[in-house]
Design a protein around this ligand. Structure first.
Ligand SMILES: NC(=O)c1ccc[n+]([C@@H]2O[C@H](COP(=O)([O-])OP(=O)(O)OC[C@H]3O[C@@H](n4cnc5c(N)ncnc54)[C@H](O)[C@@H]3O)[C@@H](O)[C@H]2O)c1
Length: 249
């Protein structure tokens, strides 16, 4: 068990990468707080974990709301008595070139993908300090490292996540709080499977990755687990690509 008895909040855990990470964390002995604005999906994640013998609760949160984030941290402490790990995973992907991008979509991208991580860190870190340290893992993207067509708002927010990660890591390193982010390439999620209608469409996306396929959710979750666990105890402030080589060239 790699995170035995550690308490972890995972935002956006009602679906996709967040859900897969929550299930993996529970298998590795973690007590998981599934935090999402989607209550039905969140409850389903909790059921999947409990059916497998793991421990989890659901808490409803909009990551753009300071009040909700404070409530999420309070629920965690009230239920499990401490907080060791925060995975800031909730995110949205709006794809439009800048001229066509409505201002509200720009604001929403920055609010969910970037401000959500600021708020999560702001209210989780004091609890981690009380507990002699902790680990924060932020989910950025390859578009935090390189630009992408139609990704103006998304890439701006994810580039912000990479440098926010580094800055928080520097500020809290001596408090034994490690802060890192992961930059996934395209990942085979249910959402993507619905968008990609043909084998040709899948292959075109797969070909962007030198490894020649999309990533699997568990391949991202394993990276999150490494950065959240004591195995990465000398690692802080990094942006780890898990991208099949996308950003290598
Ligand atoms: N899927 C990919 O190919 C890919 C690639 C790189 C990075 N990412 C990043 O990984 C993360 C997870 O993506 P995914 O593909 O699993 O997406 P997903 O849509 O399956 O899951 C995202 C979850 O976040 C939740 N969420 C969205 N806005 C929220 C808010 N304001 N408050 C609380 N919860 C909110 C949703 O309800 C959902 O459960 C995102 O940050 C995304 O940008 C995904």
């Amino acid at each position: 068990m790699r995170i035995s008895d550690k308490v972890a909040i995972i935002t956006g855990a009602a679906s996709g990468i967040g859900r897969t990470t929550a299930i993996l964390f529970a298998k590795e002995g973690g007590k998981v707080v599934v935090a999402d604005q989607n209550e039905a999906g969140g409850d389903e994640t909790v059921d999947l974990i409990r059916t497998d013998g793991g421990q989890a609760i659901f808490t409803r949160v909009n990551v753009t709301s300071a009040t909700d984030i404070q409530g999420m941290v309070k629920t965690t402490i009230d239920t499990y008595g401490k907080l060791n790990i925060l995975v800031n995973n909730a995110g949205i992907a709006i794809r439009l070139p800048v001229v066509d991008l409505p201002e509200e979509d720009w604001d929403r991208s920055i609010d969910v993908n970037l401000k959500g991580i600021y708020l999560g860190s702001k209210y989780a870190i004091p609890e981690m300090i009380k507990n002699d340290g902790g680990a924060i893992v932020n989910i950025a993207s390859i578009y935090g490292l390189v630009g992408g067509r139609t990704r103006a708002a998304y890439a701006a927010s994810k580039g912000g996540v990479v440098n926010l990660t580094r800055s928080i890591a520097l500020d809290y390193a001596l408090y034994k709080i490690r802060v890192n982010c992961i930059c996934p390439g395209f990942v085979n999620t249910p959402l993507l499977q619905n968008i990609l209608k043909t084998q040709e469409e899948y292959q075109a996306l797969a070909d962007l990755h030198p490894i020649g396929r999309l990533g699997e959710m568990l391949e991202i979750a394993h990276g999150v687990l490494y950065l959240a666990s004591d195995e990465s105890s000398f690692v802080t402030g990094i942006a780890l690509p898990i991208d099949g080589g996308y950003t290598a060239g």
